[in-house]
Design a protein around this ligand. Structure first.
Ligand SMILES: C[S@@+](CC[C@H](N)C(=O)[O-])C[C@H]1O[C@@H](n2cnc3c(N)ncnc32)[C@H](O)[C@@H]1O
Length: 369
């Protein structure tokens, strides 16, 4: 059907019915995500992960939760295809539910690269201030990062945690020979990690490179406090220092061998200011790496394989966060390579390069000049 041709009644009805199916499927997905969030938070999946089935009373006792609620959740999860039940015809309180083997790793194995337990948290955080976001659409204002609350903070950090602990220093940085050599040649090296959030990237780089000192900067107070706590838990206080600082602060000083910004430039109201700071901190001989979303070069109505996800985050979270300050670059999650190139050039770099690193949802950019 072309844009100008009048559709037949039959075509309109087909389109309508397909759209209704899409909406119903989407609702099923939303219920799944939010009830998975509950299951992760309440420890239900962990309690079910030992391969043995549980009744609602056994689950409630193992998790110190209410039996009636646990029973409803177990039934809902079964109907949603997340759990199975051994004896569906038994009395409700006698039914034994189990977590299928293939669901254990994504839902409970927190150190696995396939762990997705943080995804429902980030979704829950994203919609937390939905009324404020709608109001921001009306008045052109923004919504503060901290208004998205702990689920957003921890969901965001949890989504990237294992990439930073198990890929960044083990595979991504080692594939950039000069940076890897500088960080691992035995001489003390310094990294500045701007927009570090809960600090997993700082911790991951410090763990991978024992001679490295990392300064992490973030302007969200709750994130900084939690990052400092995690640094202590990992015993890295002597080599990782997390500070409450604005990356765009022109007074931010230092001399670093590597300056990084992981999934945060698109959130910044002043990305050019932040990239200028990164350039200054790297001096002439340091390197600058930015990890941001794996967007396509140009807008395509079909999107690429992940832009449906990125645009959702953008509308609900990243753009409103980036609109808090005035003036603002108002970037949004879908920061295209051309946009970052423009920011980098305004900050004094000559160009950006997309590194040939398979980082899933992300591009790893190196800034030159
Ligand atoms: C999407 S989170 C990413 C956090 C972390 N890098 C990660 O990958 O999990 C964006 C972070 O950027 C921080 N941020 C935004 N603007 C900033 C600025 N101007 N200076 C420092 N941090 C900033 C936010 O507080 C937030 O923690």
């Amino acid at each position: 059907m072309t844009a100008t041709a009048q559709p037949t009644l039959e075509q309109v009805e087909q389109e309508r019915d397909a759209f209704i199916d899409t909406l119903l499927d989407a609702t099923a997905g939303v219920w799944k995500i939010f009830t998975i969030y509950m299951g992760v938070e309440l420890g239900y999946y962990s309690a079910l992960a030992n391969g043995r089935p549980k009744t609602s009373a056994q689950l409630s006792s193992a998790t110190s939760t209410d039996e009636r609620y646990a029973r409803e959740w177990l039934e809902q999860q079964t109907v949603a295809g997340i759990l199975t039940v051994d004896n569906p015809d038994a009395d409700a309180t006698e039914r034994r539910f189990r977590l299928p083997h293939g669901h254990i790793e994504p839902l409970t194995e927190t150190e696995s690269l396939n762990y997705l337990g943080a995804l429902p948290a980030i979704v829950a955080g994203t919609v937390r201030p939905i009324d404020q976001v709608i109001e921001a659409f009306r008045n052109g204002g923004g919504v503060e990062f901290h208004d998205f609350g702990q689920p957003m903070r921890c969901g965001q950090a949890g989504m990237n945690r294992n990439l930073f602990l198990y890929e960044l220093g083990q595979s991504w940085l080692p594939s950039i020979p000069d940076i890897h050599e500088r960080l691992s040649n035995g001489r003390p090296a310094r990294i500045a990690d701007v927009g570090c959030g809960l600090g997993w990237s700082s911790i991951g780089m410090a763990r991978a490179y024992p001679n490295v000192h990392v300064d992490g900067f973030d302007l969200d107070e709750a994130s900084v406090t939690e990052a400092q706590q995690l640094v202590r838990e990992y015993g890295l206080e002597d080599r990782v220092n997390i500070q409450l600082r604005d990356a765009a602060d022109p007074h931010l000083e230092g001399r670093y061998d590597l300056v990084t910004a992981f999934e945060c430039v698109h959130d910044m109201s002043d990305p050019v200011g932040a990239i200028s700071t990164m350039r200054r901190l790297a001096h002439d001989d340091g390197s600058v790496i930015i990890m941001d979303e794996r967007t396509s070069e140009v807008f395509d109505p079909a999107g690429n394989d992940i832009e449906w996800l990125l645009y959702g985050f953008s509308v609900l979270h990243c753009l409103p966060v980036g609109m808090v300050d005035t003036p603002t670059a108002a970037t949004g999650t879908v920061m295209r390579p051309a946009t970052l190139r423009s920011y980098a050039r305004q900050a004094g770099f000559s160009d950006i390069e997309i590194l040939p690193i398979d980082a899933g949802f992300f591009h790893l950019y190196r800034l030159h000049g």
